[in-house]
Design a protein around this ligand. Structure first.
Ligand code: SF4
Length: 396
């Protein structure tokens, strides 16, 4: 039953130096030509929505990601939401999230979001130091962050604040200061991502992970521990490897991913998981528009392989162990069989001994990674699982 939708709005003022997302750079000036491009993109998005088979009830979560969705005009956003509602229905209580960047919206714009039922905003702050923002090619500066937060506070829309650790020249003191500033601004939710160096980006061509000016592995690990300790002390629940929430403010849409539940995806580069098929759309606008045309002709059928049970088991582990509540073992047994779970527990023996993996004393027991050490070394733990778990044989 599919009740979640991700929509990609790909327009950004400029490309940040670490970013390899599928985007279109607009430049700082919002010209009539850019408006036309956005109208055209919105129209193709609506065509894709209308061509997509209905696979569930009303939508309970909708997420507009980007790109910088706050650059997308509100009237066009409203049209897309109306099309979604006409096609699938949107539940009255749906969580409708939108990503926004400092310096790209006014208070009036936030009020208009409220009027079209946007119920959660996610602000891309990344750092509270102008030199670090400049190093990353971000278009905003610290002063824009404070203005943005003031608007958010006045709008009374629940919001999340994103930070990045492991930036070039970032020190532990910078990171501690960013965490403290974030807490002082009192968002409902905080995400802390560790910088990933993608090969095709300026950072990928310039830097080697773990080497200066990037922080050493030891320092990035220290930053992860610092975030967990500082944010938990401030009353944020560390509910996912990179995410912290005040009670009642976890991101319901992202939980769909981590719980390996299905979701629609719309827009260039957007991924979907429906009918046991994972599919990523083309990453340029021209290719995406051509693909939508073909998709309409194919009556919404995706030409992509269905996941095997073994694939699903590995994905369930990779995604579910990101949540600090972990995985319900009885559900794993029901879906994948006792022998698979026995093998998983056997492979994880060294992780249990190190205190990185835990079994809860609850009934039924849950398998989880410890906070922060297990989460910090989750890549090593998952690599062991992927290496030793034969996707074909252990599954009953
Ligand atoms: S604002 Fe976000 S999506 Fe746009 S270029 Fe920067 S990191 Fe990428």
């Amino acid at each position: 039953m599919v009740t979640s939708a991700y929509l990609h709005l790909p327009f950004c003022l400029r490309r940040c130096f670490y970013c390899d997302f599928p985007i279109t750079v607009t430049g700082e000036k919002q010209t009539a030509g850019i408006r036309t491009q956005m109208e055209e993109y919105g129209a193709w998005l609506c065509r894709e929505i209308r061509a997509t088979p209905i696979l569930g009830g009303e939508l309970k979560t909708v997420f507009f990601g980007g790109g910088t969705p706050s650059l997308f005009p509100v009237d066009l956003l409203e049209k897309v939401l109306r099309t979604l509602d006409q096609r699938f229905g949107i539940a009255q209580s749906a969580e409708i999230s939108l990503e926004i960047d400092p310096g790209t919206f006014s208070l009036e714009q936030l009020i208009r979001y409220k009027n079209i039922s946007i119920s959660r905003l996610s602000l891309g702050v990344q750092a509270f130091q102008d030199n670090l923002l400049a190093n990353c090619g971000r278009s905003h500066r610290v002063i824009n962050i404070f203005t943005a937060c003031d608007h958010l506070e006045r709008s009374q829309i629940p919001w999340s604040l994103d930070l990045i650790s492991g930036l070039p020249d970032q020190t532990r003191d910078d990171w501690q200061a960013s965490l403290d500033q974030a807490i002082a601004l009192n968002p409902h939710h905080i995400s802390c991502y560790d910088l990933v160096i993608e090969p095709q980006t300026p950072f990928g061509k310039q830097y080697e992970p773990g080497e200066r000016p990037l922080p050493s592995d030891e320092n990035t690990a220290a930053m992860y521990r610092l975030a967990s300790e500082t944010l938990r002390k401030a009353g944020y629940d560390h509910y996912e490897i990179s995410n912290y929430a005040k009670p009642g403010y976890q991101c319901q849409h992202n939980r769909v991913y981590w719980e390996n539940r299905p979701y629609y995806g719309f827009g260039m580069g957007a991924a979907s998981f429906t009918r046991n098929q994972r599919f990523s759309r083309p990453r340029t606008r021209a290719e995406y528009y051509a693909w939508v045309e073909q998709y309409e002709q194919n009556k919404g059928v995706l030409d992509v392989a269905v996941l095997t049970k073994g694939d699903r088991l590995l994905e369930t582990l990779m995604l579910g162990l990101r949540l600090t509540e972990g995985l319900d073992l009885s559900q794993l047994i029901t879906e994948f069989g006792q022998s698979s779970v026995d093998q998983i527990l056997e492979i994880l023996k060294p992780a249990f001994q190190k205190g990185w993996a835990l079994l809860s004393p609850t009934t039924p027991p849950r398998l989880a990674l410890s906070d922060p050490e297990g989460l910090l070394f989750s890549n090593i733990i998952l690599a062991e699982l992927f290496h030793h778990l034969d996707p074909e044989n252990p599954v009953e």
